[in-house]
Design a protein around this ligand. Structure first.
Ligand code: GTR
Length: 431
């Protein structure tokens, strides 16, 4: 009788659950409740895979760091090709009197692949017009084209695919004249120049258009071997490709005497924040790294499964990570790494992680905990990582060699964010 009752109720209840919430399944699954964060253990940062403890910076550099880098390559972002031999740069435009005399503007084309039919990435560079010989620089990718960061009419429009955005007036997957300067609120060019920094930016779609087409567009196809039509399961997805593109800009910076290439900051927002972290981890020529609201697959600890999860990101953006990462959908605890280890790969270089209070999808607390947990590696180098153990008050930046803030507001890049990035760079570059 009892069993019958239980079974019958189950039959009645199950369809009800499905019927009541069919359209909001995603919301049901997304956890925004701290008390429901599953108990989890982070993989040991300072223990080799053979169990040996890491106690010095030398051991970290020689043994543990390469292991962790390899695990991220193999299971998360995918391995990228080495620096290509046939890389060509061309200064396509220069004005030493740009922005009403406040800047030097350069537009540089980087050519990749077959010289007869190369892939072209356009880099826009503004440098301060002052007496200094070479300038420290912020390097950051943009989402809709270089011409969207400022209404300067000379900036070249990208020819590659651009995401449609009705609000911004982009409807045919193409950049248009009327989108000049539409993102200037996120790019305080004048302020950056006044503070003595240059700014370099490139459109991420020039490196790899951000949609899932089996890697037939963008840089991937240039580096397939003869038997491949797409990257292998442990080879680069789009985030790794964008990071690789940032390294190619760094290759250019090393050759431009107006740029102080020892003081290049790599910065990115959201998916490009994930990209900036991976660029900083894989290329130690970046002197300082900034992740703005990077969330899942960026700074946030994925084992917390708060907001965006591994399964959600792999489902919505199947091309961002390497194929192997999909094996960890709903299995975050089986990942041999977690995102604090990504931040640790940047040590001892300074890194700043920023969250926004209303950007719960990106899990601000998970971003903070990552920054805090990475500190152990900075300490091996005799540096203070993040100088606090608890989340700081809102709008209160905390800065050691690792910096962190959570500001009020939504997912985005604000003047408050930039102000703190410039201050952080000043502090570490002794400006
Ligand atoms: C979201 C994605 C996030 C973040 C963001 C962005 O849709 O779920 O991981 O990267 O896009 O890049 O704007």
């Amino acid at each position: 009788m009892c069993r019958f009752f239980a079974t019958r109720n189950l039959i009645l209840i199950l369809p009800m659950i499905v019927i009541i919430h069919p359209l909001s399944a995603q919301n049901i699954e997304t956890n925004y409740d701290e008390s429901k964060v599953p108990a989890h253990r982070l993989p040991a940062l300072l223990r080799n895979s053979d169990g040996a403890k890491i106690t010095t910076a030398e051991e970290w550099v020689k043994n543990r760091r390469p292991e962790i880098l390899h695990l991220f390559e193999k299971f998360v972002y995918g391995k990228s090709p080495d620096t290509p031999a046939n890389l060509a740069f061309s200064l396509v435009e220069q004005d030493t009197n740009a922005l009403d005399g406040r800047a030097v503007r350069k537009q540089v084309a980087i050519y990749l692949g077959d010289p007869n039919n190369p892939l072209r990435m356009n880099v826009l560079i503004y440098l301060p017009r002052n007496a200094q010989k070479s300038h420290p620089l912020f390097l950051a990718m943009n989402f809709y084209g270089n011409h969207t960061i400022n209404d300067d009419p000379i900036i070249l429009l990208p020819k590659s695919w651009v995401r449609n955005n009705e609000q911004l007036g982009i409807t045919a997957n193409q950049a248009t004249e009327n989108t000049r300067g539409i993102r200037s609120d996120r790019w305080p060019v004048e302020k950056i120049l006044q503070r003595g920094y240059g700014l370099a930016t490139l459109y991420y779609g020039d490196v790899d258009p951000d949609f899932d087409d089996g890697f037939q567009n963008g840089v991937h196809r240039l580096y397939n071997n003869e038997l491949q039509t797409k990257p292998a399961a442990d080879e680069w997805g789009s985030i790794a490709a964008w990071a690789w593109g940032l390294s190619r800009v760094m290759d250019y910076c090393e050759k431009d005497e107006d740029i102080d290439h020892k003081h290049v900051v790599v910065m990115g927002h959201s998916r490009l924040g994930k990209t900036a972290l991976w660029a900083g981890a894989t290329d130690d020529r970046f002197a300082l790294v900034i992740s703005n609201n990077s969330g899942c697959g960026g700074a946030a600890l994925s084992r917390r499964r708060f907001g965006e999860t591994v399964k959600k990101i792999n489902t919505n953006f199947p091309h961002w990570f390497c194929e192997n990462f999909k094996n960890f959908n709903d299995k975050e605890d089986e990942l041999p790494i977690n995102q604090h280890m990504l931040i640790a790969l940047i040590a001892p270089r300074p890194v700043y992680i920023a969250s926004a209070e209303e950007d719960r999808w990106a899990d601000p607390k998970g971003e903070f905990l990552s920054a805090m947990r990475a500190s152990a590696v900075y300490e091996l180098f005799g540096q203070e990582g993040l100088p606090v153990k608890y989340m700081p008050a809102i709008n209160t930046p905390i800065t050691g060699t690792i910096g962190y803030h959570m500001r009020t507001g939504k997912h985005g890049v604000t003047d408050f964010d930039w102000q703190n990035y410039l201050d952080f760079a000043d502090g570490h570059f002794n400006k």
